[in-house]
Design a protein around this ligand. Structure first.
Ligand code: FES
Ligand SMILES: [Fe+2]
Length: 329
């Protein structure tokens, strides 16, 4: 598969953004989004006057009104009113960001020429999709690695994603990638005994874990004829200590059956997310106690160095030299 990373970051589900301004942050930059005449807008969440968060204001006559002195800014960020001022309007401006909607999500651009927004590898009309939002005390690299790490499932998700036995199977893992993405392909893993597999997967043949810039972690579970289940997490660093994510559960629609399966799967999906959230935040707190201590990169940590490289804007080494190894999963 060839992946084209984009510069769009998914920040909200479409239905949650209306006339009430919604505040969020990307890498610590506060932004506010709102909908005016069916059009979405994104502005820096800071009034140029006294730095008040504009997200605390309201929409009035086609502009967002600052809650402090009532200055107003339109969707492009131009000042449209300075209440009480007599004479021509001074030219003030709040920086605006490109914003778009795609597949039920709202995306904000983090750079020029943002490309095409990415939803999930299973996008298309024959896909059943469910969304879940979550937040965790951690960093983006840790969360992305956790989602793509197969080795923790024996401990954190016993009985849910894994069976109750300690049985392991020998699998072959191939790690490859390109500019802005990396993936690990697991082959030789038989169907697992966890609840999720029992309910939803046929004979599992292949699973793929993938990271795509700027913050997408995705796992595909393949049946005989192609992906039978895909979980895609759109992650962003909300603050130095918090990652927020929108998770997508996607599967073949199967004439409505896929959606029904999804409704059964959804609580398990949420349970797995809660299990990861607990262990990730415990680890984050401990990391902060030992800021000088480096973490060990173990022999099975096949993704981390590549995720780190991509987040640093570098091409992952496996893009030019794919690696294959054997492990017991
Ligand atoms: S701080 Fe926004 S109008 Fe004064
Ligand atoms: Fe997990």
């Amino acid at each position: 598969m060839t992946v084209s990373p984009s510069k769009w970051v998914a920040v909200a589900r479409s239905g949650t953004v209306g006339r009430k301004p919604v505040a969020f942050s990307i890498d610590g930059t506060p932004l506010v989004i709102f909908r005016l005449d069916d059009k979405l807008h994104c502005l820096l969440d800071r009034c140029p006057h006294r730095s008040t968060p504009l997200s605390g204001g309201r929409l009035v006559s086609g502009s967002l009104e600052c809650p402090y002195h009532g200055w107003r800014f339109n969707g492009a960020g131009h000042c449209t009113a300075v209440p009480g001022h007599v004479g021509s309007l001074p030219r003030y401006r709040v920086p605006a960001r490109p914003i778009c909607e795609h597949g039920g999500l709202v995306y904000v651009a983090t750079g020029r020429d943002p490309g095409e927004p990415y939803l999930t590898s299973l996008s298309g009309t024959h896909t059943a999709v469910l969304f879940a939002e979550s937040a965790v005390r951690s960093t983006l690299a840790e969360v992305a690695e956790n989602i793509l790490d197969a080795t923790h499932t024996h401990y954190i998700h016993k009985g849910v994603l894994r069976g109750l036995s300690d049985r392991r199977y020998t699998v072959s893992v191939t790690v490859s990638g390109g500019d802005g993405w990396v993936e690990a392909r697991y082959e030789g893993e038989p169907r697992q005994e966890g609840l999720v597999s029992r309910l939803f997967e046929g004979e599992r043949s292949v699973s793929i874990g993938r990271f795509i810039a700027p913050g997408i972690a995705e796992v595909e579970f393949w049946g005989r004829s192609g992906p039978s289940l895909v979980t895609t997490f759109h992650l962003r660093q909300h603050s130095p200590d918090e990652v927020r994510g929108i998770g997508i559960l996607a599967g073949p629609a199967e004439g409505g059956l896929g959606f029904i399966k999804g409704l059964f799967l959804y609580p398990l999906f949420r349970l797995a997310v809660a299990q990861d959230r607990a262990i990730l935040s415990a680890a984050h707190d401990r990391r902060k106690l030992f800021p000088e201590q480096k973490q060990v990169v173990g022999p099975l940590d096949v993704m981390r160095q590549h995720i780190d490289a991509i987040l640093a804007g570098k091409r992952p080494s496996v893009a030019d030299a794919p690696v294959t190894l054997t492990m017991e999963l």
